[in-house]
Design a binder for this molecule. Structure first.
Ligand code: CMP
Length: 221
């Protein structure tokens, strides 16, 4: 629990209290964890693994809103506003989650205000990202949107080292397309182009952004 940002300011004794309310569960790769429009009263925290958050649009196409990994939480929206689940959540790899019931979580927020501050910080960060995503989807061409999606993946899943960022298990091209609002063919073409320009290197499921600062400067908008 110590490594979960939501709980990072708590004392050992407080963490112990919290751990009593937590249930642990493992989901295999590709398993559905939450279904859009279901009712829900559980908060999930990823102790290890990664999930994708997505919705199905009117044409039946999947739109990926975000990818969350170790230490991040989901399922808080229904808990806070009492509405049904706002999106589908699927395990991208075998993932272990901590589960907290609504009532226990709400009591914790009252008892430990530091958790509330971390929760609000993260919600602000997600809103900021959604704003950027709206801008990117409405303003940029498909090529920029793909590069922009690579930046989002680098921020979510990347390992930063000496100016390079390595994404070890890059999502499928169809998933990248669903994040960028474009076709798999455009993603494939764009990745080849970035590779030919020397901006990225690909080795199997690994994608390396060779100079992240430069890449970010060129494509973050
Ligand atoms: P909830 O609505 O309970 O169930 C689906 C969850 O997906 C939601 O809570 C959030 O935790 C998560 N979610 C929905 N939209 C986004 C987003 N844009 N970015 C990150 N997570 C999201």
């Amino acid at each position: 629990l110590r490594h979960i940002p939501l709980f990072e300011d708590l004392e050992d004794q407080e963490l112990e209290q919290i751990s009593k309310a937590i249930q642990v569960r493992t989901y295999e790769k590709n398993k559905l964890i939450l279904l859009e429009e279901d009712l829900g009263d559980t908060l999930f925290i990823i102790s290890q693994g990664a999930v994708k958050i997505s919705r199905i649009n009117e044409d039946g196409k999947e739109v990926i809103l975000s990818i969350l990994s170790d230490g991040e939480f989901f399922g808080e929206m229904s808990i806070l506003d009492g509405e049904s689940r706002s999106a589908n959540v699927v395990a991208l790899e075998k993932s272990e989650v901590f589960m907290l019931k609504r009532q226990d979580f709400l009591e914790m927020l009252e008892k430990y205000p530091k958790i509330s501050i971390h929760l609000l910080e993260e919600l602000a960060r997600r809103l900021r990202r959604s704003d950027q995503q709206i801008e990117s989807l409405s303003l940029s061409d498909a090529e920029h949107r793909v590069a922009n999606t690579i930046i989002r993946l680098a921020e979510d899943l990347g390992v930063h080292l000496k100016g390079c960022v390595t994404i070890n298990d890059i999502p499928l091209q169809q998933d990248i397309a669903n994040m960028a609002g474009t076709s798999r063919e455009t993603v494939s073409r764009m990745l080849k182009m970035l590779e030919n320009k020397g901006l990225i290197t690909r080795e199997g499921r690994k994608l390396i952004i060779n100079n992240y600062m430069e890449f970010y400067r060129n494509f973050s908008k």
